[in-house]
Design a protein around this ligand. Structure first.
Ligand SMILES: Nc1ncnc2c1ncn2[C@@H]1O[C@H](COP(=O)(O)OP(=O)(O)OP(=O)(O)O)[C@@H](O)[C@H]1O
Ligand SMILES: [Mg+2]
Length: 255
């Protein structure tokens, strides 16, 4: 199953969730791939992926679609092992920025989808982390994925953003990718002792948004995990935050 973590709002937890859900998937024995489509490269840094072989980031995968090659390298050439057993990554790159307009003008929006087609027998779960923008790359991801997960940080701006996001996803489904579904809104940084998050989540549910039934609390463990460059399943497997993330993965795995 190919899942994209997407929200145009920044800082809602896309990278944190992409990395941790992918690491949990891998720790449960599934061959898993994480793709970092954000020029900030937060997922790549979080997994402490350095020392990549030359020309083997996500930018190189896209770049070979606009340059002439006698032999195009298969997508598997861009997948690298990480510190987590069973988890590979296609690493992010700042060079995505300089390639974007040429990829867009040469209509390469289906290239990620084609690449992932060729990997779907290798990986049982693929997670894609995106930038906080509907740019060429997040569009490519929404065209390549079967499921979209939308993290929100339970504030009113996040809710406002959901209406236009829902419309955009419906449009992409109609025009480019009929298998695309919003699988779940993930309530992240949910504070149980505050009223506003509860109110926002309840309103979303009442409006018919598929809010996942497990909410992720706010915990300093998340930042510690980033700093340690270790996903929570390795750093703190028994922690409440980790247990919530496992519960989210299990909700997804049922689908
Ligand atoms: N459940 C949580 N508890 C505490 N802090 C969190 C939690 N989830 C995310 N954060 C923190 O919030 C910040 C933003 O998280 P993250 O980078 O995952 O969001 P993002 O949506 O990927 O951001 P961007 O849009 O910039 O890519 C980070 O500093 C992260 O440590
Ligand atoms: Mg991010």
């Amino acid at each position: 199953m190919i899942r994209v973590l997407f929200n145009k709002k920044g800082g809602v937890g896309k990278s944190s969730l992409a990395v941790n859900l992918a690491a949990i998937s891998a720790s449960q024995g599934y061959r898993t791939l994480l793709i970092d489509l954000d020029t900030q490269c937060n997922s790549t840094a979080y997994l402490n992926v350095t020392d990549l072989p030359k020309d083997s980031s996500i930018a190189d995968l896209f770049e070979q679609t606009i340059t002439f090659h006698l032999h195009r390298r298969p997508a598997s050439d861009f997948c690298h092992a990480t510190q987590v057993e069973n988890l590979d990554i296609i690493a992010g790159s700042e060079r995505l920025t300089e390639l974007e307009s040429e990829l867009d003008s040469r209509h390469k929006i289906y290239k990620l989808r084609e690449a992932l087609e060729s990997l779907k027998d290798t990986y049982q779960h693929i997670f894609i982390d995106t930038a906080p923008a509907l740019n060429f790359y997040s569009m490519s991801a929404l065209i390549a994925a079967q499921r979209c997960l939308i993290p929100i940080d339970c504030d009113d701006f996040a809710r406002q953003g959901l209406y236009s996001l829902q419309q955009k996803i419906a449009e992409i489904k109609e025009d480019h990718n009929e298998s695309l579904e919003i699988e779940g809104i993930i309530a992240n940084q949910y504070m149980t002792n505050a009223n506003l998050p509860k109110q926002i989540v309840n309103e979303l549910i009442a409006e018919g948004f598929p809010v996942l039934s497990e909410y992720i609390g706010q915990s300093v463990k998340m930042r510690e995990s980033h700093q340690a460059k270790k996903p929570l399943i390795l750093l703190a497997p028994k922690h409440k935050l980790t247990q919530s993330l496992i519960a989210i993965f299990e909700l997804l795995d049922k689908n």
